[in-house]
Design a protein around this ligand. Sequence first.
Ligand code: DX5
Ligand code: ZN
Length: 219
Amino acid sequence: MPGTVRVSASILAADFARLGEEIALIEESGCDEIHFDVMDGHFVPNITFGAPVLEAIRGLTSLPVDVHMMVTEPGRFAGLFAAAGADTFTVHAEACSDLAATLADVAETGMRPGISINPATEASAVTRYVSSVPRFLVMSVEPGFGGQSLIPEVLAKIGLLRSAALRAGAEIDIAVDGGVKVENAGTVIEAGADTLISGTGLFKYKDGLAAAVRRIKGV
Ligand code: DX5
Ligand code: ZN
């Protein structure tokens, strides 16, 4: 439905020297969520930030924060990120030796669990969780770096996840992450996404972040 899409700002693309101001800008611009990319240099070939940075952000905003764990065996850190103030804790299906157990560990902390799948992972690998997991994150780039181009073929997974949820009588929030920007937001929304996660598409937008959010929501 047009106009109902949620925008999640990936702070990986923010200016870290001015993080407080960037968070204020995200709030003022009508973003619905902050996306917090944690990378471990093992599951993905890059390293970012962790719980102390989340704690600092938590003190600055009441927006929900989705922690996107690009980390091998992420369940090890569920308690740490819950204590730092994460609302959603999204783990990669490919990074968990026992996904069901990891999701149970996440749920136990009180955080909302999410499952992310890489471009090469089929939706069918995770459809069995539509009744128990409220957030699905479809990666539209290979995880590890911001600023890549969206792979359009992954968008078909949104419909597959949605029909599995409908069949199960479940409501899920489907997010798309990687290469999302004003120019392709319409395609992502038409494919059925509920939440558009964007980093460089917001922070590096020619007319500024607020204009990007407005235009994405206006599609
Ligand atoms: C990629 C991260 C994304 C990334 C998105 O591994 O998971 O969240 O920050 O950045 P853009 O929107 O620039 O592709
Ligand atoms: Zn991400």
